[in-house]
Design a protein around this ligand. Structure first.
Ligand SMILES: [Zn+2]
Ligand SMILES: [Zn+2]
Length: 576
């Protein structure tokens, strides 16, 4: 059993306990354990065999016993009991934004609502009784969220897709006769969420048949259709796959096709037709019907008189431009990163100490680490009191003496309170190296209120970076709406930065606004918001999505040196 699958089950149990309103302490313990397990890489069986479960933070005796039972039965007694008492549909209510276990319990027990569909029907018919804590505004929000959920169905987060891609890639690589493997689709285009893995397997000349037989037999893959050109199925973890096995000469044209987007590909085909060419899934034919020789995917564009379009920019037809116009800026890449600014430690809700985080960063080759733990209002995340902040600074000073030339910067992620004030006094904020401001509470606001709340915070002279601007959780909650244009203009005016939070659930600032930030000179640091060492690797998702803006290295403080960044905080002058 993978630790992620185990985490999923523990999380489910924690929610059931909350729904039943029975043991809040136990629910919290299981939810925390799930979070730690998410970041493990070895199977639960392996961890048990090596007696290492208990050494994982957050895994106490109770959780350990449950994990052992899970590996034997894929479920556990307490979970089964809890499941018996809560209808499946009631659990699903929890996927609605703003509908936590408390409200779900009220809807279930007082209004006999037992599914998302029933709730939607009842709201639309106005047939719900008056319920505590659930007013008309809340119900309207529920409706909006239900519509959102219907759109989100069938999409998956980037980290899940990436993990499945790596596993499948390894399997395919072991197949003899495979010449090359490509992954296209929204994964290759750097999209926030992924529907399925679009895979291209190029067989050695004459080996399509042999490779097909072997791919069909890959253990764990569940193929539903392997008859035609495009196979469909799912990985052992249930991730949908579309796969083709082709001869080498078809590679370029097919890669363009499976990368998409549909809109971009159709425009490309139409452009080819206008020139008298035919672009098909198997190749590019000229007017006389003979195939054009293509050595690389980029040649497909060049042969049609077009600038090769980077995969990340293939969302629309607009990026089709004449060869020689060279319009594409080089996006920031992972190798450009020198430091990262928004991370948490055990001082607030992180799982690793500052030292552990710093040593991991050093091992990854970074020059500096910014710690930005939560401020005191974030009680759920053990936000720091001013006293704790001072203690943290002492520890950072000592570590900096020891780890030099590596540097740890003293930041904070200070809450923007519901009334717009910041959660720390100005004189404390002034003493941090830098200040990130974020909203973590009272998400129910109008677009105008949310925009004003953010802009007000950006006006504070001690603030440097706006954190996760909309608070969205991809496929889970929409976040509050804001007027991006106004927020970016405000950041430009006060010379503040807006982060691209690259936690795969957030990817917020939305990449569609990166070009605007570039235009107005608003720097965009890529921040993993890491709460543990493995989450530092989320930087890759930031780079993937940043390529869609694109965000350039020069406008991304994650590529600056620590001194360049601190100098910008003091003088608001970008490094040249
Ligand atoms: Zn935050
Ligand atoms: Zn954070």
């Amino acid at each position: 059993m993978t630790p992620q699958d185990a985490a999923e089950i523990l999380r489910r149990y924690a929610l059931l306990l909350d729904l039943l309103d029975e043991d809040a302490f136990k629910a919290r313990a299981f939810a925390n354990a799930a979070r730690t397990l998410d970041e493990q890489t070895e199977s639960i069986e392996h961890l048990i065999a090596e007696h290492r479960l208990a050494s994982i933070k957050g895994v106490g005796k109770a959780v350990e016993a449950v994990l052992k039972e899970l590996t034997e039965r894929e479920t556990f007694k307490d979970l089964e009991d809890a499941q018996q008492r809560v209808p499946q549909g009631v659990m699903e209510l929890l996927r609605i934004q703003g509908l936590g276990p408390k409200k779900a319990r009220v809807l279930w027990q007082q209004a006999k609502i037992m599914s998302v569909d029933e709730l939607e029907t009842a709201i639309r018919a106005g047939s719900l009784p008056t319920l505590p804590g659930i007013g008309e505004k809340t119900l309207n929000n529920f409706l909006e969220s239900i519509e959102f959920l219907r759109v989100a169905a069938g999409r998956h987060h980037r980290h899940f897709a990436t993990r499945e891609m790596v596993i499948l890639h390894d399997e395919l690589q072991r197949v003899t006769g495979v010449h090359a493997i490509y992954f296209g689709g929204s994964l290759r285009r750097g999209c926030e969420t992924i529907g399925d893995l679009d895979v291209l397997v190029v067989a050695e000349p004459g080996a399509v048949g042999v490779v097909s037989d072997k791919v069909r037999a890959i253990p764990g893959m569940n193929w539903t259709n392997t008859d035609g050109e495009i196979w469909s199925g799912a990985t052992a973890n249930g991730f949908p796959v579309e796969l083709s096995i082709i001869a080498p000469e078809k590679t370029c044209a097919r890669l363009v096709l499976i990368t998409g987007s549909k809109q971009h590909y159709q425009a490309l085909c139409q452009h080819a037709a206008k020139l008298g060419f035919a672009l098909t899934k198997d190749g590019l034919m000229d007017g006389s019907g003979s195939g054009v020789k293509l050595a690389t995917e980029r040649d497909t564009y060049r042969a049609l008189g077009l600038e090769p379009v980077p995969p990340a920019l293939r969302e629309t037809a607009e990026t089709l431009v004449p060869l020689g116009s060279n319009p594409f800026l080089r996006p920031v890449e992972r190798r450009d990163f020198r430091g990262i600014l928004h991370n948490h430690s055990t001082y607030s809700d992180g799982l690793n100490t500052i030292r552990q985080m710093a040593e991991a960063m050093m091992a990854y080759g970074y020059d500096y680490l910014g710690i930005a733990d939560h401020s005191r209002a974030a009680a759920y995340a053990s936000g720091l009191t001013p006293q704790r902040v001072k203690e943290q600074w002492q520890e950072i000073d000592a570590l900096n003496r020891e780890l030099a030339p590596f540097r740890i910067l003293k930041g904070t992620e200070v809450d923007i309170l519901p009334d717009g004030r910041l959660d720390f006094e100005d004189d404390l904020l002034a003493d941090f190296d830098y200040v990130v401001v974020s909203i973590h509470s009272k998400f129910q606001m109008t677009e105008e209120e949310a925009t004003a709340r953010l802009c007000g915070a950006l006006e504070n002279p001690h603030v440097d970076i706006l954190g996760h601007p909309t608070g969205r959780l991809l496929l889970q909650r929409e976040g509050y709406s804001i007027q991006h244009e106004r927020v970016i203009q405000c950041a430009a005016k006060h010379r503040k930065a807006i982060e691209l939070n690259c936690n795969p659930y957030r990817l917020d600032l939305d990449w569609r606004w990166l070009a605007r930030c570039e235009e107005l000179g608003v720097p965009v640091p890529i921040n993993p918001d890491a709460h543990s060492i493995p989450e530092l690797n989320h930087m890759q998702y930031g780079a993937d999505v940043a390529a869609k803006g694109p965000l350039t290295a020069a406008n991304c403080p994650s590529t600056w040196t620590a001194d360049e960044f601190l100098n910008w905080c003091r003088n608001r002058k970008k490094p040249t």
